[in-house]
Write a new protein. Structure first.
Length: 76
């Protein structure tokens, strides 16, 4: 269950407050302390291939797209 749709079951549980309380206790998404899901790209939201050096926090695809705008040069 993803964090965006975990509340969809509330429509059926509104009539049963005790069951709803237990559902929320055990099924709400937890705050991530470490792992791949703690950081995401500022531009596209991807969690993969992050470049966090110099405080960029962008994925490699967005970095290649916006590198010249950020002030990086390509050496050959």
């Amino acid at each position: 269950m993803t964090t965006s749709n975990w509340k969809k079951a509330f429509t059926q549980l509104d009539e049963k407050p005790d069951v709803k309380r237990k559902y929320i206790k055990h099924n709400s998404p937890k705050k991530r302390a470490h792992g791949i899901a703690t950081r995401s790209c500022k531009l596209c939201g991807s969690h993969r291939a992050m470049i966090s050096k110099y405080g960029l926090n962008v994925c490699r695809k967005c970095f290649r797209q916006y590198a010249l705008d950020l002030g990086f040069k390509q050496y050959r």
